[in-house]
Design a protein around this ligand. Structure first.
Ligand code: FAD
Ligand code: SF4
Length: 329
Protein backbone atom coordinates (compact mmCIF):
# COMPACT_ATOMS: atom_id res chain seq x y z
CA UNK A 1 0.00 0.00 0.00
CA UNK A 2 1.29 3.42 -0.90
CA UNK A 3 2.18 5.53 2.13
CA UNK A 4 0.27 8.73 2.70
CA UNK A 5 0.10 11.63 5.13
CA UNK A 6 -2.90 12.29 7.36
CA UNK A 7 -4.12 15.74 8.29
CA UNK A 8 -6.48 15.70 11.26
CA UNK A 9 -8.56 18.73 10.34
CA UNK A 10 -10.03 20.72 13.20
CA UNK A 11 -12.37 22.87 11.09
CA UNK A 12 -14.06 22.74 7.69
CA UNK A 13 -11.93 25.64 6.43
CA UNK A 14 -8.73 23.87 7.53
CA UNK A 15 -9.92 20.75 5.68
CA UNK A 16 -10.70 22.79 2.58
CA UNK A 17 -7.19 24.29 2.57
CA UNK A 18 -5.62 20.86 3.03
CA UNK A 19 -7.68 19.48 0.12
CA UNK A 20 -6.69 22.24 -2.31
CA UNK A 21 -4.27 21.30 -5.06
CA UNK A 22 -5.60 17.86 -6.03
CA UNK A 23 -3.07 15.76 -4.08
CA UNK A 24 -5.34 15.17 -1.09
CA UNK A 25 -8.74 13.60 -0.52
CA UNK A 26 -11.30 13.57 2.28
CA UNK A 27 -11.35 10.70 4.76
CA UNK A 28 -14.45 9.98 6.83
CA UNK A 29 -14.96 6.44 8.22
CA UNK A 30 -12.52 5.13 5.61
CA UNK A 31 -14.55 1.97 4.93
CA UNK A 32 -14.60 2.63 1.18
CA UNK A 33 -11.65 4.95 0.68
CA UNK A 34 -9.00 2.87 2.43
CA UNK A 35 -9.88 -0.23 0.41
CA UNK A 36 -9.52 1.69 -2.87
CA UNK A 37 -6.10 2.92 -1.73
CA UNK A 38 -5.07 -0.57 -0.60
CA UNK A 39 -6.08 -2.29 -3.81
CA UNK A 40 -4.70 0.59 -5.89
CA UNK A 41 -7.60 0.05 -8.25
CA UNK A 42 -7.79 3.70 -9.17
CA UNK A 43 -5.03 5.74 -10.74
CA UNK A 44 -5.36 8.53 -8.16
CA UNK A 45 -2.16 10.02 -6.87
CA UNK A 46 -3.35 11.15 -3.46
CA UNK A 47 -0.52 11.84 -1.05
CA UNK A 48 -2.61 13.11 1.84
CA UNK A 49 -5.84 12.05 3.51
CA UNK A 50 -7.72 14.82 5.25
CA UNK A 51 -9.48 13.34 8.26
CA UNK A 52 -12.89 14.98 8.65
CA UNK A 53 -13.84 13.00 11.76
CA UNK A 54 -11.61 15.25 13.87
CA UNK A 55 -13.75 18.29 13.00
CA UNK A 56 -16.05 18.99 15.96
CA UNK A 57 -19.83 19.28 15.65
CA UNK A 58 -20.33 17.42 12.38
CA UNK A 59 -22.25 14.57 13.99
CA UNK A 60 -25.90 15.24 14.91
CA UNK A 61 -29.49 14.42 14.03
CA UNK A 62 -32.10 17.08 14.75
CA UNK A 63 -35.19 18.73 13.36
CA UNK A 64 -34.95 22.48 12.90
CA UNK A 65 -37.81 24.45 11.38
CA UNK A 66 -39.13 22.40 8.52
CA UNK A 67 -35.99 20.30 8.04
CA UNK A 68 -34.35 17.19 9.42
CA UNK A 69 -30.64 18.00 9.63
CA UNK A 70 -28.01 15.29 9.78
CA UNK A 71 -24.34 16.16 10.26
CA UNK A 72 -22.05 14.72 7.58
CA UNK A 73 -20.00 12.64 10.04
CA UNK A 74 -23.03 11.00 11.65
CA UNK A 75 -22.55 7.25 11.47
CA UNK A 76 -24.99 4.88 9.84
CA UNK A 77 -25.46 3.15 13.20
CA UNK A 78 -26.54 6.44 14.78
CA UNK A 79 -29.03 7.01 11.95
CA UNK A 80 -30.40 3.46 12.08
CA UNK A 81 -30.91 3.72 15.84
CA UNK A 82 -32.36 7.23 16.00
CA UNK A 83 -35.95 7.20 17.28
CA UNK A 84 -36.66 10.40 15.33
CA UNK A 85 -35.44 8.88 12.05
CA UNK A 86 -37.13 5.55 12.68
CA UNK A 87 -40.50 7.17 13.35
CA UNK A 88 -40.68 9.98 10.75
CA UNK A 89 -38.05 9.06 8.13
CA UNK A 90 -38.42 5.29 8.29
CA UNK A 91 -36.90 4.60 4.86
CA UNK A 92 -33.66 6.30 5.92
CA UNK A 93 -33.38 4.25 9.12
CA UNK A 94 -34.17 1.08 7.17
CA UNK A 95 -31.54 1.85 4.53
CA UNK A 96 -28.88 2.73 7.12
CA UNK A 97 -29.62 -0.52 8.96
CA UNK A 98 -28.89 -2.68 5.89
CA UNK A 99 -25.60 -1.10 4.82
CA UNK A 100 -22.77 -3.64 5.12
CA UNK A 101 -22.06 -5.06 8.58
CA UNK A 102 -22.37 -3.59 12.10
CA UNK A 103 -18.65 -2.74 12.03
CA UNK A 104 -19.02 -0.89 8.71
CA UNK A 105 -22.08 0.97 10.01
CA UNK A 106 -20.23 1.96 13.19
CA UNK A 107 -17.39 3.47 11.14
CA UNK A 108 -19.23 4.53 7.97
CA UNK A 109 -20.75 7.99 7.77
CA UNK A 110 -23.71 9.31 5.81
CA UNK A 111 -21.46 11.64 3.77
CA UNK A 112 -19.02 8.82 2.97
CA UNK A 113 -21.91 6.62 1.95
CA UNK A 114 -23.28 9.03 -0.63
CA UNK A 115 -19.78 9.98 -1.90
CA UNK A 116 -18.46 6.40 -2.21
CA UNK A 117 -16.93 5.33 -5.52
CA UNK A 118 -18.71 2.85 -7.77
CA UNK A 119 -18.29 -0.93 -7.31
CA UNK A 120 -17.96 -2.04 -10.95
CA UNK A 121 -15.76 -5.12 -10.75
CA UNK A 122 -13.59 -3.98 -13.67
CA UNK A 123 -13.06 -0.59 -12.04
CA UNK A 124 -12.31 -2.22 -8.67
CA UNK A 125 -10.15 -4.88 -10.30
CA UNK A 126 -6.42 -4.80 -10.74
CA UNK A 127 -5.41 -1.58 -12.45
CA UNK A 128 -2.88 -3.50 -14.53
CA UNK A 129 -5.66 -5.59 -16.07
CA UNK A 130 -8.35 -2.96 -16.41
CA UNK A 131 -6.41 0.28 -16.76
CA UNK A 132 -8.37 1.20 -19.91
CA UNK A 133 -11.67 1.54 -17.99
CA UNK A 134 -12.80 4.94 -19.10
CA UNK A 135 -13.67 6.04 -15.55
CA UNK A 136 -9.98 5.68 -14.69
CA UNK A 137 -8.77 7.82 -17.56
CA UNK A 138 -8.98 11.48 -18.30
CA UNK A 139 -9.47 10.72 -22.02
CA UNK A 140 -10.16 7.69 -24.19
CA UNK A 141 -10.54 4.25 -22.69
CA UNK A 142 -13.18 1.58 -22.96
CA UNK A 143 -16.01 0.03 -20.95
CA UNK A 144 -15.23 -3.61 -20.14
CA UNK A 145 -18.84 -4.23 -19.13
CA UNK A 146 -20.07 -3.87 -22.71
CA UNK A 147 -18.27 -6.93 -23.99
CA UNK A 148 -17.78 -8.63 -20.63
CA UNK A 149 -19.82 -10.01 -17.76
CA UNK A 150 -22.29 -7.25 -16.96
CA UNK A 151 -24.57 -8.99 -14.46
CA UNK A 152 -24.23 -6.11 -11.94
CA UNK A 153 -24.46 -3.22 -14.37
CA UNK A 154 -27.03 -0.62 -15.35
CA UNK A 155 -30.46 -1.44 -16.77
CA UNK A 156 -31.04 2.21 -17.69
CA UNK A 157 -28.10 2.85 -20.01
CA UNK A 158 -24.91 4.59 -19.02
CA UNK A 159 -23.78 8.16 -18.49
CA UNK A 160 -20.76 8.88 -20.68
CA UNK A 161 -20.68 5.21 -21.82
CA UNK A 162 -20.04 3.95 -18.27
CA UNK A 163 -22.58 1.40 -17.00
CA UNK A 164 -21.47 1.20 -13.34
CA UNK A 165 -24.33 1.57 -10.87
CA UNK A 166 -24.62 3.60 -7.69
CA UNK A 167 -23.89 1.23 -4.79
CA UNK A 168 -25.26 3.50 -2.07
CA UNK A 169 -28.26 2.38 0.00
CA UNK A 170 -28.72 5.93 1.27
CA UNK A 171 -28.72 7.74 -2.10
CA UNK A 172 -32.14 6.55 -3.39
CA UNK A 173 -33.71 7.39 -0.02
CA UNK A 174 -32.40 10.96 -0.22
CA UNK A 175 -33.75 11.17 -3.78
CA UNK A 176 -37.20 9.97 -2.75
CA UNK A 177 -37.31 12.45 0.15
CA UNK A 178 -36.16 15.34 -2.08
CA UNK A 179 -33.20 16.04 0.18
CA UNK A 180 -30.55 18.75 -0.07
CA UNK A 181 -26.84 18.29 0.47
CA UNK A 182 -24.97 21.15 2.08
CA UNK A 183 -21.25 21.63 1.40
CA UNK A 184 -18.70 24.25 2.34
CA UNK A 185 -19.56 25.94 -0.98
CA UNK A 186 -23.31 25.64 -1.60
CA UNK A 187 -26.52 23.72 -1.04
CA UNK A 188 -27.14 21.06 -3.69
CA UNK A 189 -30.51 19.74 -4.70
CA UNK A 190 -30.18 15.96 -4.54
CA UNK A 191 -30.93 15.60 -8.25
CA UNK A 192 -27.90 17.75 -9.13
CA UNK A 193 -25.62 16.37 -6.42
CA UNK A 194 -25.41 12.88 -7.93
CA UNK A 195 -23.58 13.04 -11.26
CA UNK A 196 -20.84 11.11 -13.03
CA UNK A 197 -17.80 13.30 -12.49
CA UNK A 198 -14.54 11.61 -13.52
CA UNK A 199 -14.06 8.75 -11.09
CA UNK A 200 -16.69 10.12 -8.71
CA UNK A 201 -20.46 9.72 -8.75
CA UNK A 202 -21.04 13.11 -7.15
CA UNK A 203 -20.80 16.54 -8.73
CA UNK A 204 -18.76 18.16 -5.97
CA UNK A 205 -15.20 19.41 -6.52
CA UNK A 206 -12.25 17.68 -4.86
CA UNK A 207 -11.92 20.37 -2.19
CA UNK A 208 -15.68 20.51 -1.58
CA UNK A 209 -16.80 18.98 1.72
CA UNK A 210 -20.27 17.70 2.53
CA UNK A 211 -21.21 19.17 5.90
CA UNK A 212 -24.93 18.40 6.30
CA UNK A 213 -27.83 16.47 4.79
CA UNK A 214 -31.24 18.13 4.93
CA UNK A 215 -34.59 16.41 4.45
CA UNK A 216 -37.89 18.31 4.39
CA UNK A 217 -40.15 17.27 7.28
CA UNK A 218 -42.76 14.99 5.66
CA UNK A 219 -46.40 16.10 5.40
CA UNK A 220 -48.91 14.58 7.81
CA UNK A 221 -49.98 11.13 6.64
CA UNK A 222 -46.58 10.29 5.12
CA UNK A 223 -44.98 6.88 5.45
CA UNK A 224 -41.74 5.70 3.92
CA UNK A 225 -39.91 2.42 3.38
CA UNK A 226 -36.71 1.01 1.85
CA UNK A 227 -36.54 -2.50 0.41
CA UNK A 228 -33.28 -4.00 -0.79
CA UNK A 229 -32.33 -7.10 -2.73
CA UNK A 230 -28.75 -8.25 -2.18
CA UNK A 231 -27.17 -11.59 -3.03
CA UNK A 232 -25.80 -12.27 0.45
CA UNK A 233 -28.30 -11.65 3.21
CA UNK A 234 -25.70 -11.08 5.96
CA UNK A 235 -24.18 -8.09 4.17
CA UNK A 236 -23.91 -6.97 0.60
CA UNK A 237 -24.37 -4.07 -1.74
CA UNK A 238 -27.83 -3.65 -3.25
CA UNK A 239 -28.55 -5.27 -6.59
CA UNK A 240 -31.67 -3.12 -6.28
CA UNK A 241 -32.72 -0.77 -3.49
CA UNK A 242 -36.19 0.81 -3.67
CA UNK A 243 -37.17 3.80 -1.55
CA UNK A 244 -40.82 4.89 -1.31
CA UNK A 245 -42.15 8.03 0.37
CA UNK A 246 -45.95 8.07 0.22
CA UNK A 247 -48.50 10.52 1.63
CA UNK A 248 -52.04 9.21 1.99
CA UNK A 249 -55.33 10.45 3.23
CA UNK A 250 -57.53 7.50 2.38
CA UNK A 251 -56.02 7.34 -1.11
CA UNK A 252 -52.48 8.37 -2.04
CA UNK A 253 -52.09 12.14 -2.41
CA UNK A 254 -48.36 12.25 -3.19
CA UNK A 255 -45.71 9.62 -3.75
CA UNK A 256 -42.05 9.52 -4.64
CA UNK A 257 -40.18 6.34 -5.51
CA UNK A 258 -36.46 6.09 -6.24
CA UNK A 259 -34.24 3.15 -7.13
CA UNK A 260 -30.59 2.48 -6.37
CA UNK A 261 -28.35 -0.12 -8.01
CA UNK A 262 -29.99 0.20 -11.42
CA UNK A 263 -28.13 3.15 -12.99
CA UNK A 264 -25.04 5.30 -12.43
CA UNK A 265 -27.19 7.64 -10.35
CA UNK A 266 -30.09 7.11 -7.97
CA UNK A 267 -33.16 7.05 -10.22
CA UNK A 268 -36.29 8.97 -9.31
CA UNK A 269 -38.95 6.98 -11.17
CA UNK A 270 -42.45 7.74 -12.44
CA UNK A 271 -43.85 5.05 -10.16
CA UNK A 272 -44.93 7.62 -7.58
CA UNK A 273 -47.28 9.31 -10.09
CA UNK A 274 -48.92 5.99 -10.88
CA UNK A 275 -50.07 5.71 -7.25
CA UNK A 276 -51.70 9.11 -6.83
CA UNK A 277 -55.47 8.84 -6.32
CA UNK A 278 -55.32 5.13 -5.58
CA UNK A 279 -55.39 3.06 -2.42
CA UNK A 280 -52.24 1.16 -1.59
CA UNK A 281 -52.96 -2.47 -2.39
CA UNK A 282 -51.48 -5.33 -4.37
CA UNK A 283 -52.80 -4.02 -7.69
CA UNK A 284 -51.51 -0.46 -7.28
CA UNK A 285 -48.17 -1.71 -5.90
CA UNK A 286 -47.70 -4.03 -8.88
CA UNK A 287 -48.58 -1.17 -11.25
CA UNK A 288 -46.01 1.01 -9.45
CA UNK A 289 -43.40 -1.72 -9.96
CA UNK A 290 -44.22 -1.75 -13.67
CA UNK A 291 -44.00 2.04 -13.89
CA UNK A 292 -40.62 1.97 -12.12
CA UNK A 293 -39.00 -0.02 -14.92
CA UNK A 294 -40.40 1.86 -17.91
CA UNK A 295 -37.38 2.52 -20.12
CA UNK A 296 -35.28 -0.27 -18.60
CA UNK A 297 -33.23 -2.39 -20.97
CA UNK A 298 -30.94 -5.31 -20.27
CA UNK A 299 -27.42 -4.74 -21.56
CA UNK A 300 -26.23 -6.59 -24.66
CA UNK A 301 -25.36 -10.09 -23.60
CA UNK A 302 -22.04 -10.85 -25.21
CA UNK A 303 -20.06 -12.44 -22.40
CA UNK A 304 -19.19 -16.11 -22.01
CA UNK A 305 -21.90 -18.76 -21.81
CA UNK A 306 -21.50 -18.90 -18.02
CA UNK A 307 -22.45 -15.23 -17.64
CA UNK A 308 -26.02 -14.40 -16.66
CA UNK A 309 -26.48 -10.90 -18.07
CA UNK A 310 -28.46 -8.27 -16.16
CA UNK A 311 -32.04 -8.82 -17.34
CA UNK A 312 -32.97 -10.28 -13.94
CA UNK A 313 -32.42 -6.84 -12.36
CA UNK A 314 -35.50 -5.49 -14.18
CA UNK A 315 -37.74 -8.01 -12.41
CA UNK A 316 -36.02 -7.34 -9.07
CA UNK A 317 -36.68 -3.61 -9.52
CA UNK A 318 -40.39 -4.33 -10.04
CA UNK A 319 -40.49 -6.56 -6.97
CA UNK A 320 -38.55 -4.22 -4.64
CA UNK A 321 -40.74 -1.29 -5.71
CA UNK A 322 -43.88 -3.31 -4.98
CA UNK A 323 -42.57 -4.28 -1.54
CA UNK A 324 -41.56 -0.73 -0.64
CA UNK A 325 -44.99 0.56 -1.66
CA UNK A 326 -46.86 -2.10 0.32
CA UNK A 327 -44.71 -1.34 3.36
CA UNK A 328 -46.15 2.21 3.31
CA UNK A 329 -49.73 0.94 3.65
C1 FAD B 1 -17.53 -5.17 2.70
C2 FAD B 1 -18.26 -3.87 2.45
C3 FAD B 1 -19.64 -3.88 2.33
C4 FAD B 1 -20.32 -2.69 2.11
N1 FAD B 1 -21.68 -2.73 1.97
C5 FAD B 1 -22.35 -1.60 1.67
C6 FAD B 1 -23.78 -1.65 1.48
O1 FAD B 1 -24.43 -2.68 1.63
N2 FAD B 1 -24.41 -0.48 1.15
C7 FAD B 1 -23.73 0.68 1.00
O2 FAD B 1 -24.37 1.70 0.72
N3 FAD B 1 -22.39 0.76 1.18
C8 FAD B 1 -21.68 -0.35 1.51
N4 FAD B 1 -20.32 -0.28 1.69
C9 FAD B 1 -19.59 0.95 1.42
C10 FAD B 1 -19.19 1.81 2.64
O3 FAD B 1 -18.76 1.06 3.71
C11 FAD B 1 -20.32 2.68 3.14
O4 FAD B 1 -20.93 3.30 2.04
C12 FAD B 1 -19.89 3.76 4.13
O5 FAD B 1 -21.03 4.50 4.51
C13 FAD B 1 -18.87 4.74 3.58
O6 FAD B 1 -18.69 5.78 4.53
P1 FAD B 1 -17.25 6.18 5.11
O7 FAD B 1 -17.49 7.24 6.11
O8 FAD B 1 -16.50 4.98 5.57
O9 FAD B 1 -16.58 6.76 3.78
P2 FAD B 1 -15.02 6.89 3.36
O10 FAD B 1 -14.53 5.57 2.93
O11 FAD B 1 -14.26 7.62 4.38
O12 FAD B 1 -15.19 7.84 2.11
C14 FAD B 1 -15.86 7.41 0.92
C15 FAD B 1 -15.71 8.49 -0.14
O13 FAD B 1 -16.43 9.65 0.25
C16 FAD B 1 -15.59 10.80 0.30
N5 FAD B 1 -16.07 11.58 1.45
C17 FAD B 1 -16.28 11.13 2.70
N6 FAD B 1 -16.80 12.10 3.47
C18 FAD B 1 -16.91 13.19 2.69
C19 FAD B 1 -17.39 14.52 2.92
N7 FAD B 1 -17.88 14.90 4.10
N8 FAD B 1 -17.36 15.37 1.89
C20 FAD B 1 -16.89 15.00 0.67
N9 FAD B 1 -16.43 13.76 0.39
C21 FAD B 1 -16.45 12.86 1.39
C22 FAD B 1 -14.18 10.24 0.47
O14 FAD B 1 -13.20 11.11 -0.06
C23 FAD B 1 -14.27 8.95 -0.35
O15 FAD B 1 -14.10 9.21 -1.71
C24 FAD B 1 -19.60 -1.46 1.98
C25 FAD B 1 -18.21 -1.47 2.12
C26 FAD B 1 -17.54 -2.66 2.35
C27 FAD B 1 -16.04 -2.60 2.49
S1 SF4 C 1 -18.93 0.17 -16.24
FE1 SF4 C 1 -17.80 2.10 -15.97
S2 SF4 C 1 -16.35 1.64 -14.31
FE2 SF4 C 1 -17.04 -0.36 -15.19
S3 SF4 C 1 -15.60 -0.89 -16.85
FE3 SF4 C 1 -17.29 0.26 -17.76
S4 SF4 C 1 -16.50 2.39 -17.78
FE4 SF4 C 1 -15.26 1.27 -16.28
Amino acid sequence: MKTFNVVNATSVSEAQSALAGGKATALAGGTDLISTLKSMCTPNTFETLVNLKTIPNLSYIREEGNLLKIGAMTTLTEIAKSDLVKSKYTALAEAARVVGTPELRNMGTIAGNICQLNRCWYYRGDDNLFSDCLRKRTSGGTCYALAGDNRYHSIFGGVGSCFAVTPSDIAPVLSAFGASIVTNRRTWDVKDFFAVNGEKQVAIANDEIVTEIQIPVPAAGTKSAYRKYALRKAFDFPIVGAAAVITSSGNVTAASIALGGVHNLPRLTNAGNSLVGKAIDDASAIAAGEAAVVGANAMPFTASTTAVGNKYIIQLARAMTKRAVLACK
